[in-house]
Design a protein around this ligand. Sequence first.
Ligand SMILES: *Cc1c(COP(=O)(O)O)cnc(C)c1O
Length: 372
Amino acid sequence: MDKIQLSKPSLGEDELSAVREVFSTGYLGMGEYVREFENKLGVMFNRQAVCVSSGTAALQLALEAIGINKGDEVLVQSMTYTATYQAIIAAGGIPISCDINELDLSLDLSDAKRKLTKKTKAILPVHYGGYAGRIKELYSFASDNKLRVIEDAAHAFGSSVDDNLVGSFGDICCFSFDPVKSITCGEGGAIITNDTSVIRHVQSARILGLNKDTGVKLEDNSFCYEFTAGQGWRYHMSNVSAAIGLVQLGKSNDLIRKRRLLAFRYAQNLSDEPKLSLLPYNYNDVAPYIFVVLILDGNRDKILENLKKFGIHAGFHYYPCHLHPYFSQFGKYYLPVTENIYSKLLTLPMHADLEIKHVDFVSTYLKRELNN
Ligand SMILES: *Cc1c(COP(=O)(O)O)cnc(C)c1O
């Protein structure tokens, strides 16, 4: 059996010819492909969409757009990618580390409640593994406490809650289209919201704070714009990325259907193994970006190492953010569930080019590893 990668993009001739098409236009920067990608995302979620260079940039600009200022506190689960924390800090906020629910690894609202202060401005749930099942409770918590909500939906493209797509409801939703996410632009991200002021802020901040409405054309190819919007960044999306994203978006139903099929198979293969437990996600709702199991009896790192000998590249998501030395300056926390669970988390290979036979192979070797 070939090497089985943990994750990889599913790309083909279609993406390549889309990039070739952009080359032939001679304009690689942010232009009509980005606008078309934004329009298509807007239709998909029935909201406004603005595209940026990464999921991290999307989170940072969304936080800036809601007015996060120096010292403002953002409630966030420590069980996330470091990008979530870095985005909060880049926007001037302080990440307030919260624990997770043991059952499904979603943000623990009772812990969030204990950590509310006068400086709390926003709550940033992470749809770990694509699961957003507790989002209604989170929105009622946020509205009770007058908090803005920014959803880190980097794992949850295509997931739904009660038949509503993640991104089609709520306050602000951020997606990532990095190379290993469920659909990719190469690199990219998007902010989806109904809040026009957020869209306006991001449209300007992603391109150095440029205010297009006040642009004055001097002569051919020479523009003088007023930079009135404040601090800006070079976080826009390129036509090259958007062209890839448009093709991937067109295939997204198939890509996600495939991931769901593989997740169902893993669940079927592994549900009778007492030395591990499965996350209780319903893969009709969850569009699985990763497939995670909990090792109840066994050494996770040893298992990772041994699976590698059979060409199986597993991994784990994540080492808790609050335990990273750099983030500890923003507060010392004891998060019992997070700290108990992280060394048991094992992520099995999951991507749209994987086949059922690979899932069976991985399942067999994992069981063998647990029981030898
Ligand atoms: C991938 C990811 C991000 C960041 O997205 P990039 O596009 O890689 O910058 C943020 N949060 C989570 C949970 C992610 O998995």
